[in-house]
Every structure is written in structure tokens, then in C-alpha cells.
Ligand binder design. Sequence first.
Ligand code: GFB
Length: 315
Amino acid sequence: MLDKDSKIYIAGHRGMVGSAIHRRLKKEGFNNFVFRTSTELDLRNQADVASFYEAEKPEYVFLAAAKVGGIQANNTYRGEFLYDNLMIQNNVIHQSYLHNVKKLMFLSSSCIYPKLAPQPLKEDSLLTGLLEPTNEPYAVAKIAGVKMCEAYRNQYGSNFISVMPTNLYGPNDNYDLQTSHVLPALLRKFHEAKMNNNEKVVIWGTGKPLREFLHVDDLADACFFLMNNYDEQDFINVGSGDEISILDLALLVKEIVDYQGVIEHDLTKPDGTPRKIMDSSKLEKLGWKPRITLMEGVKQVYKEAFVSKQTTLKG
Ligand code: GFB
């Protein structure tokens, strides 16, 4: 079990996942955190990360720092997604080993599974087929991170585990329409269309792909549970079972926002993987289940990001 006084480093504490893990731990009474913003510490820089570990000597590490984005960002910034993620995770995992971190959790992603792997995606489908081309560089980096945790456990006995979240949403998401994931993009598009009395909202692709969505607070709860209860080499899926087509998701957001116009498709934009739902039975058998339904979660996020605050959004 994590001790309340343990020194915990959350890499990426200002991102959607890192900030949710921070909220979850604070709620539990943890208060010995170490943080660095990306301006204070460039995690891609080996020497700087080494100095940081030497100075701070964290006992537990949540590795939630990563270059992330939606389908278009992944496909456009292919070099950066590969380089930045490999550098960040290599430096953090290696320094965690050198400084005897008691336990590290690496946050991976469901896109590491082969594009056409049997659904729901089971953990043993990893490396059984070709990846989805739009996010291959990101997936290759994340696979390397999972394998690095496994290899360090095998060779050095490091207690490093990896979790595989499905598509996430929640507070501190990215609402830039060029680089965001689908859910924040739809919330913004429908909200702005309503405010501006626009007749239509354009969504990317055919609307047919199926995706599973998990609220980031549920993910953070699963991370806390696994940090306390899971010490195995094999990585573990974290999903919600809430699967929906992109068109139905658009209709759900339309209803929540109460927008009266029509939906159009931009077929010049990619669909990506046709279906991506996790088999999370391994985690369920350990005794963890998500709590926030998609409807509740999206309503909550919409309220926080658009109704309560008058958010000024870029992009
Ligand atoms: O969320 P998303 O960008 O990523 O897109 P992926 C999911 C689906 O929603 C795709 C469609 O079929 C998009 O074409 N979509 C419709 C839109 N309208 C929009 C829109 O306005 N914006 C966006 N972004 N999509 C990512 C991977 O894949 O999932 C990452 O590229 C990562 O590597 C992440 O793993 C979780 O689910 O397709």
C-alpha cells in the first residue's frame, strides 16, 4: 500500500490524466508530492531528468507525462509523437530504476493494439498485427514504454507496471479543434454553434467508428487501486464498457448542449480504427469497476468547461 507520507512524483501533473491522479490522491490524504512543469523540467532532456531525480529522490512515480492528441494531431506531428514520447518515458523510467523508485506506473493507451485485433481488446492481442496508420508513431512509443517496464522488471527486479486506458475525457482536456480528441471537439463545436445560431455542425469522418469512453476520474481511481493492489509484469486494460458510435456520440452531445441544427460529415477527415473497445475483465476480477456513466460524465464536463466558466478557447 502507498504510505500517506510517501514522496510521490506525478509526471504530467497539469495534464488531464496527471491532474486527475493528483485530485484522487489528495482526496485520500496524500500530501508529499513532487511536481515540475514542462518549463521547469524538460523531460526529454536526459541530464536534467537525472539531476531532478538526484535532488528529489521520489519513492513512487506516476508517469502520465506524454505528447498526446486526437487523430489529426497524431497523424500530423508523427515525428514529435515518436521522439517526445520515447525521450520522456526513457528518461523517467531509467532514472526511476537508477534511483530505486519503489513503484512506477506507466500510462499507455488503447491505440497500441493492432488495428484489426479481435474486439473487445484483450491484453494478449498486443503485437499480433499491424497498427492503425494514423497513430502508429505514438503507438510504437507507447509499446516501447510497456516493454521497457517489463524488461526492467525482468532484468533489475523493478516494480514497474503499465496500464492501458481506453479513450478518456474529463477536466483539463484539450479543446483546440485541430489537435483535440473527439469528445472535447464535439462539446466545443456544438456549444459554439448554439451560441452563434449556426445551422450545422461538421463532424469528421463517417461517424461509424465505435469508441469506448472513460471519465478520467474513473481512470485515476483505477490507477490508485492498481498502485495499491497490482504488482505484476503484465499490463492491464482500464475501460468503461461504454461503447458508442461517433455519430451517436455527436447526437448525445447535441442533446446535452440542446442544439437544434443539423450534423454534417467531413469525409476528407480520417475515421481511424473502426472499433476500439477494451476487455477490462482482468481488472474487474481484481475488484475494480468504473462509476461514471457516459451521459453523466459528459454533462458534468460540459457544465464545468462551458456553462460554469466562460471559457476562452484557442484553436
Ligand atoms: O478522438 P479521436 O481524435 O481519436 O477521434 P481516435 C475519434 C473518431 O472521432 C475518429 C472522429 O473517427 C474521428 O474522425 N471525429 C469526428 C472527430 N469529429 C471529430 C472532431 O471534431 N475531432 C476529432 N478529433 N475527431 C486517438 C489516437 O485515436 O485516440 C491516439 O490517435 C490516442 O493515439 C487516442 O490513442 C486515445 O480514437 O481515433
